[in-house]
Write a protein that binds this ligand. Structure first.
Ligand SMILES: Cc1ncc(COP(=O)(O)O)c(C=O)c1O
Length: 369
């Protein structure tokens, strides 16, 4: 990164403002002329990347990418649905799960129907809702950094309905909401309320009492589950995700998404699904190993952290993380940004073993400076 580019990136990071400003800051960092050896541990991507079979599927379809391939998408959607034991009418494919979140917000919030979001969590749903001029209610996390389901329901009752956003496991804390709490929530949804469960990281989870919310979809509840191929499948740049919900909810979301996704993404995702039964547990185990290694190191060096069910960890650096980040960038490591109100926490994505070694070295250096 040039000095000017770096200064611009830091200035953007320091700029006050809402979600969209911070998104811009991240884009500013991503857009400047970067040192080729910068280690990116900021976006919870998976360094294992596309599997060999996914790469082959992409190569095969590239010469045919001049067509839309509309006729293939029904089949693709059916394959996605089958992978979760659902019917095609219960699934909506999108350009990443971001598009599914967007469609759900478009369909199920209104000027008098707020987004009710656990907080802090993934900010995009709040950002989209505010951009639409619709209200947002933040419900603080429990002491265990997971969703406070009773408070979410109380907020929905107070506002006579809304869209509850629950991220499980939660980004950025990595903590999770147990099945018993989710069961209660799904059984006690107030009238005029839809529950949107974001399971972007669920494939990484190992906790025995963490379960997918897709069961509530099967039960016909007012629940939408968002899933992505960006994380464990390592296909973030291809933009493939999907939503699961009962057909009535899918039909209401459908007008708010674009057309079809890229055929290259669809073929890669399909190949990934075909090997999911081995690929997912293997990648989960490898990620857990590196995460455990990080825990041991953190304990040895006196850092607190939040136990994570995802491919990232929140580390307590004991002071405002904004004091450390510029020094880390200068040393060639880019962890996650500041996630208010968790001012003392630094979120790091689990990268390769070599990247994690460099991260540890740099963290120690800057924390002790
Ligand atoms: C919790 C959560 N949900 C959704 C997304 C969106 O991912 P994508 O649009 O790539 O599926 C992200 C991205 O980091 C995320 O952290």
């Amino acid at each position: 990164m040039t000095r000017r580019g770096f200064a611009r990136a830091l200035a953007a990071l320091a700029a006050p403002g809402g979600w969209s400003e911070r998104a811009l800051a991240q884009r500013a960092l991503a857009g400047v002329d970067l040192a080729p050896d910068m280690i990116w541990l900021n976006a919870n991507e998976n360094p294992e990347g596309p599997s060999r079979r996914a790469l082959e599927a992409m190569r095969e379809v590239l010469p045919h990418a001049w067509r839309y391939h509309f006729q293939e998408f029904g089949d693709f959607c059916a394959a996605v649905a089958r992978s979760e034991g659902l019917d095609r009418e219960q699934v909506l494919v999108g350009a990443g799960s971001s598009e599914i979140l967007h469609a759900a917000i478009d369909a199920f919030t209104a000027p008098d129907r707020p987004l009710i979001t656990m907080w802090p969590t993934f900010e995009a749903p709040e950002g989209i809702t505010r951009a639409l001029g619709r209200p947002v209610i933040r419900v603080p996390l429990t002491e265990g950094y997971a969703a406070d389901v009773k408070a979410l329901v109380a907020a929905a009752e107070n506002s006579r309905g809304g869209l509850i956003y629950l991220c499980n496991p939660n980004n950025p804390t990595g903590a999770y909401t147990p099945k018993s709490e989710l069961d209660w929530l799904a059984a006690n949804l107030p009238v005029n309320t839809v529950l949107l469960v974001d399971e972007a990281y669920i494939h990484f989870a190992e906790a025995a009492d963490l379960a997918t919310a897709i069961a509530y979809v099967e039960q016909g509840k007012d629940v939408v589950v968002a899933r992505t191929f960006s994380k464990i499948y390592g296909l973030a740049g291809l933009r493939v995700g999907f939503g699961c919900a009962k057909p009535e909810l899918i039909r209401r979301m459908e007008p708010f998404r674009d057309n079809v996704i890229s055929i290259v993404g669809a073929r890669a995702a399909r190949a990934a699904l075909e090997e999911a039964s081995t690929l997912v547990p293997e990648r989960r185990a490898r990620t857990a190993l590196l995460r455990d290694e990080l825990y041991v190191w953190l304990e040895r060096h006196g850092f607190g952290f939040i136990a994570s069910q995802a491919n990232f960890v929140m580390i307590d650096v004991g002071r405002d993380v904004r004091e450390l980040l510029p020094a880390m960038y200068r040393r060639g490591v880019a962890p996650g940004r500041h996630f208010p109100p968790l001012d003392h926490m630094l979120r790091v994505t689990i990268g390769t073993a070599a990247e994690m070694a460099k991260f540890r070295e740099v963290l120690l250096e800057v924390a002790r400076a």
